[in-house]
Design a protein around this ligand. Sequence first.
Ligand code: BGC
Length: 457
Amino acid sequence: MSDADRFPEGFLWGAATSAYQIEGSPLADGAGPSIWHRFAHTPGRTANGETGDVATDHYRRWAEDVQIMRDLGLTAYRFSISWSRILPQGTGAVNAAGLAFYDRLVDALLAAGIQPMVTLYHWDLPAALDDRGGWLNPDIDRWFADYTTVVTRALDDRVTMWNTLNEPWVVSDGGYLHGPLAPGHRNLYEAPIASHNLLRAHGRAVQAYRAVGTHRIGIVVNLEPKYPASNDPADLAATRRADAYMNRQYLDPVFQGRYPDEMREIFGDAWREPPARDMALIAQPIDFLGINYYTRSVSRDDPSAYPVRARGVHQPQHMHTETGWEVYAPALTRVLLWVKERYGDLPLYITENGAAMYDPPTPIEGRVDDPLRAWYLREHLLAARDAIRQGVNLAGYFAWSLLDNYEWSLGFAKRFGIVHVDYATLARTPKTSARYYSEIIRTHGEALAAPLAVLSI
Ligand code: BGC
């Protein structure tokens, strides 16, 4: 082990969660329902009809969860705020009790030496706003900016890292085009409208933040590098479309003020040219970028694959997680270098990275051994360090997720946590991967040098 194995001074070692996935008590203390509350309670929408009514009960067990983070030695925690706890109707009257919950959480984190990173929108739109069209309503940029003002006015004295949106691609593709996620629409014409309004809302929120806040704000995107299945021109074109749809659709507008040319090809007559003033709004300067990385995709031309006409080709030589995602860490290095090269040298954070692997529902003799997740963590941290060595300004890493939690329409069966949750008792047990991560943090990354098998964790 050597100094070269260490991560840079001040590198943030975190874990991430989101409100609806962990909090439970969705209507407590004056909160309004979100679209996820409504969606999960609609028969047939989620696995086994599971909902976030209890989730991991973090709303009541937050102090214990902060203590777990402190014990693991985390230096940062990324969580999201539930819009409808703060503004039950989405706009208008502020619910002080909702704000107080996050106020207490922030204080406890800081007292534990853990820096909060807050995401303002992680998919749980107030249901009252969905009744007004949700992300299809062009007024939503103002609604989101007003909510941003309320929250940042209350917490920016202590929270120094803000994200506007989590993964706008998933909101649009999952919520408006294919429908497995709330609000569950399936409409090609709606998807680009939702995406555009998400980006307008991001820009308007950054503006609102600049008027109130004094720290740093960015956006979180999920990036999935696309590799061509062959050099056939049709596969190369399919790969470009897939990349434009998932990766550049959001980053090109934010950093370059324009949509990729491929958008017109993908959406055909569902695509509408945006006015120039919208693009200027979207391209507000931001202070950092959050990247969620889970997997890559190898793309092949397939006219039946809606809407990009590109299909991911299974890679049998590599392991796949419980959600069917290929484990391929080199693409993380590649995507970090690509972002720097294409969009400039701003600070980057890996705001999510992790894997659903099989874990038993109940600890065995008090332990949850998850060697595959520990291995996934090691591979991806080595890939991240490789990017740093190649000059990427990577300022932190957040494991997804701190806790096993509600995996949206897949319910509770898919476990991503480094800390196990027994859903019968809600007891928390740090898994082997959490202990391993703790050791990596304690040694500033030096522990990554040893092969996993020789560590006794
Ligand atoms: C989301 C999380 C989700 C995770 C695993 C990301 O797309 O931000 O909310 O649980 O992936 O699917």
